[in-house]
Design a protein around this ligand. Structure first.
Ligand code: FES
Length: 170
């Protein structure tokens, strides 16, 4: 007992402490690894469950809605009648020699609103002088350079009544 050197005890104590702290560190590491693995498993199961539910429940259907625009006689030949959709967009219904055509009023260049020029039978975009014919095809300006016309909607003429058909998601 009396032979113990003063430095030996403190070295053994330091080694013991280092072993304890390393075993504590290891258990913390294990805990973190297990937690991350568990979280990953839960997330992957939730994702797989979500995919499974998509097969159990039918996807939302695209349904077409028929919207009343007006009587044929209310849209004379050579005119365009603006029509406000329930979604708040405007569709121009043109009565040309080819029949009725429904066109979006949004310019495909940068989204300005086009208007109908009855004297020249065309749509004009005031922002960059874009021109479109009565069928919505680009004829001048940036839309013609891009080769992109006005978006079209389906027109249904039932007896004397003009409708447009739009896709709605239910
Ligand atoms: S936004 Fe219409 S021509 Fe540029």
């Amino acid at each position: 007992m009396g032979n113990e050197k003063p430095g030996v005890n403190s070295t053994q104590s330091t080694i013991k402490q280092t072993n304890e702290s390393s075993s504590t560190g290891k258990s913390r590491r294990d805990f973190l690894a297990n937690t991350l693995m568990g979280t990953g498993l839960v997330v992957s199961h939730l994702f797989a469950g979500g995919l499974g539910l998509r097969y159990l429940y039918p996807a939302k259907k695209d349904r077409r809605q028929r919207l009343f625009v007006g009587l044929k006689s209310e849209i004379p030949l050579g005119t365009a009648q603006p029509f406000k959709t329930p979604q708040g967009t405007t569709v121009n219904v043109v009565h040309s020699t080819n029949g009725f055509i429904a066109l979006s009023d949004v310019c495909p260049h940068l989204g300005c609103r086009v208007h109908w020029e009855s004297q020249t039978n065309e749509f004009i975009c005031p922002c960059h002088n874009g021109h479109f014919d009565a069928s919505g095809a680009p004829t001048a300006g940036p839309p013609a350079e891009m080769g992109v016309g006005l978006s079209k909607y389906k027109v249904v003429v039932d007896s004397d009544v003009v409708f447009i058909e739009m896709r709605v998601t239910t």
